[in-house]
Write a protein that binds this ligand. Structure first.
Ligand code: GUN
Length: 516
C-alpha cells in the first residue's frame, strides 16, 4: 500500500506533528458499539491522538493520507505481563516447572551483574520484536533491582523512549529472605544447601517505597507520556505484608498499576495454606492489599471464593497461557473469571518461559486452550473475548484504559495496519477470526504508537535492527558466559527444590487446575 499525500511527500514517521488520514479501511475498533466486528471507517490522527473516526472523512489540505483499501486496522496489542529481563534467555530452558526454572532465570544467589549497557541492549531487543509483531504497549515487570540506584531502570526507559514503545516499567521487589518464601525447606536447611543464600540482604519496605516514590517522579510521563512506573511486589509469599499494603497504597495514590504474581502454581497454593492458613487471595483481602489498581499475573490456582473476592475488589488478572503451558503451571479458569466479571488481560510472560514477546501467539493459545476444559462448547472463549483481553482488557489492567486499547476519538493513536492481500487473510472470511487464528505478524504493514509510524513494511523506523542483531550476536559469548556461570551455581539447589516441588504436588488441596 502506498501513503499518498495531497501536498507533500510522506515520511515514514508522519504524525504526530501533522494530520494523517487512514481512509476506507476495515476497522476493528474494540469500542462498546462494534467491538471486534470490522466496520468500514476513515480515521483521522492529529497530535498523536485519534481526532475523528467516521465513514466518510474528507482529506484536509496538506494532510497525509494512507489508503486503507484492502487493509485492516486494529488497536495495538497490549502485553499485560512480561519481563524484558529474560530477553537474552530466549531458547535456553525447557522442561522445568516454575520453581526449578526460577532457580536459573532468577538466581537466588544474587550473583547477577548485568551492566546498564547490556540492560539497554536487552530492552531494545525485547521492544523491537514486540513492536514488529503489533504489540504497542508492554507491561514490563523489569527485574530485581537492588533499590539503591536507578542505573538499570534508566537504561530500560532510555531504550523504550528511543524505540517509541509504550510501557509500564516496574521496580520488582522481593523483601523476604529467600529461605522464607517456600514451604518444605527443612531438609534443604539441614543439608546446608541454602547456606549460600541465607544472609543475602533484602530491601526493607521503606527502601522500596522510597525507591518507588522517586521512580514515579523520575519516569512517569517520560517518552512524551508513553512511560509509566508501576509497583511490583514479586508475589505475596515473597514479600512482607506491610510492603504489600504499602505498595497497594502508593499505586492508588499515583493511579498506577500494582502488579503481583499470584497463584501461578500448585506449590504456591500449598504455600498459602502453610504460611497463612488460608488462600493467598483471602490473605491479601484480609490485609487490605486488593484494589482496582492491582493486577494479578497468572491467577491460576484460585478457588471459586477467591474469584468472587477478585471480582469484588475489581482486581485484574493477566493470563499467560503459553508460559503456563511451558512451565506446566496449570490452566487458568477462563470461563469462571469471565462469568464473575473479572477483567482479563493477556501476557506473554518473559522470554525464558515463553521464548517470544509476540502476543499474537498468546491470543491464539487463549482461544484454543480453554476449549479442552470441558465439552460444553457454549462456554469456550469467543474471538471477541480474546481480542478484548489482548487490547482493552490489558489496557485496563495497566491503568491505561483512557489512553489505549480501543480506537476511539480522544485515545492515543496506537494501532496496527494489516495488509489483507496476504496468505493469512486469504480467503477473507471473518477478519477478526483471521486475526486471532491465522495472522502471525506476517501481514503487518504499519505499526503506530502515539500516531508515529514505528514499523513501516516490516522495518523499524526508530532503530537499526541489523545493527542491534549484530551487537547481540557479537556479545553472544559474553552473554552465554555469565548465564553458564549462573547455571552451574544454581544447579546446586536442584535436588532440594525438586523434593520441595514433589512434596507440594503430593498435597491434596481439593482441586486441580491442570485442565482449567
Ligand atoms: N513466571 C514467572 N516469572 C517471574 N519472574 C519473576 N518472578 C516470576 C514468577 O513468579 N513467575
Amino acid at each position: 500500500m502506498s501513503i499518498n499525500s495531497t501536498n507533500r511527500s510522506p515520511a515514514a514517521t508522519d504524525e504526530p506533528h501533522g494530520s494523517l488520514l487512514i481512509s476506507g479501511a476495515e476497522v476493528i475498533t474494540m469500542d462498546a458499539l462494534t467491538g471486534s466486528t470490522p466496520v468500514r471507517r476513515d480515521i483521522r490522527i492529529q497530535n498523536g491522538a485519534i481526532a475523528e473516526i467516521g465513514p466518510d472523512l474528507a482529506p484536509l489540505p496538506g494532510e497525509t493520507v494512507i489508503n486503507g483499501h484492502d487493509r485492516l486496522v486494529a488497536p495495538g496489542l497490549v502485553n499485560a505481563h512480561t519481563h524484558s529481563w529474560e530477553a537474552l534467555y530466549k531458547g535456553r530452558y525447557d522442561n522445568l516447572p516454575l520453581e526449578l526454572w526460577m532457580l536459573f532465570s532468577y538466581p537466588p544467589t544474587g550473583d547477577v551483574q548485568v551492566s546498564p549497557e547490556m540492560v539497554h541492549l536487552r530492552s531494545q531487543l525485547f521492544a523491537a520484536e514486540s513492536l514488529k509483531s503489533g504489540v504497542t504497549t508492554i507491561v514490563d515487570d523489569v527485574l530485581e533491582i537492588p533499590h539503591q540506584d536507578f542505573d538499570q531502570l534508566d537504561a530500560v526507559v532510555r531504550a523504550y523512549e528511543q524505540i517509541g514503545i509504550r510501557a509500564n516499567v516496574s521496580g520488582h521487589v522481593v523483601n523476604k529472605p529467600f529461605l522464607e518464601t517456600f514451604p518444605f525447606v527443612d531438609s534443604m536447611l539441614e543439608q546446608g544447601l541454602l547456606d549460600r543464600v541465607a544472609d543475602l540482604p533484602v530491601p526493607t519496605t521503606e527502601d522500596y517505597l522510597q525507591y518507588s516514590t522517586e521512580a514515579f517522579a523520575r519516569y512517569s510521563g517520560r517518552g512524551a507520556g508513553r512511560i509509566s512506573y508501576m509497583l511490583s511486589p514479586s508475589a505475596p509469599q515473597r514479600c512482607t505484608d506491610d510492603l504489600l499494603v504499602g505498595a497497594a497504597e502508593l499505586a492508588r495514590k499515583n493511579q498506577a498499576e500494582c502488579h503481583i504474581h499470584v497463584l501461578e502454581t500448585k506449590t504456591q497454593a500449598v504455600t498459602g495454606h502453610e504460611f497463612y492458613g488460608t488462600t493467598i487471595v483471602k490473605h491479601l483481602q484480609r490485609i487490605g492489599a486488593l484494589t482496582p489498581e492491582t493486577t494479578f499475573a497468572h491467577g491460576i490456582w484460585v478457588t471459586d471464593e477467591d474469584i468472587e473476592i477478585i471480582a469484588d475488589a475489581e482486581v485484574s488478572v493477566s493470563h499467560n497461557p503459553n508460559s503456563n503451558l511451558k512451565l506446566g503451571s496449570g490452566i487458568l479458569p477462563w470461563r469462571k473469571y469471565q462469568k464473575a466479571g473479572v477483567n482479563l488481560g493477556l501476557g506473554t510472560d518473559g522470554c525464558s518461559s515463553s521464548d517470544t514477546p509476540r502476543l499474537s501467539e498468546v491470543m491464539k493459545s487463549a482461544a484454543l486452550l480453554h476449549k479442552v476444559s470441558g465439552p460444553d462448547f457454549t462456554q469456550w472463549p469467543s474471538v471477541q473475548e480474546v481480542l478484548h483481553a489482548a487490547t482493552l482488557g490489558g489496557a485496563r489492567s495497566a491503568m491505561l484504559q483512557d489512553r489505549v486499547g480501543s480506537l476511539e476519538v480522544g485515545k492515543r493513536a496506537d494501532l496496527v495496519i494489516y495488509d489483507l492481500d496476504t496468505l493469512a487473510f486469504t480467503p477473507r472470511n471473518r477478519l477478526q477470526n483471521h486475526l486471532v487464528y491465522s495472522e502471525n505478524g506476517s501481514s503487518i504493514e504499519y505499526v503506530m504508537v502515539d500516531g508515529k509510524i514505528v514499523v513501516d513494511h516490516g522495518r523499524l523506523t526508530t532503530l537499526d535492527e541489523t545493527a542491534l542483531r549484530g551487537e547481540v550476536r557479537a556479545r553472544g559469548e559474553e552473554i552465554r558466559g555469565w548465564q553458564d556461570d549462573l547455571d552451574s551455581l544454581n544447579s546446586a539447589f536442584m535436588s532440594g527444590f525438586t523434593q520441595m516441588y514433589q512434596q507440594a504436588q503430593a498435597r491434596d488441596i481439593g482441586f486441580t487446575r491442570f485442565l482449567g
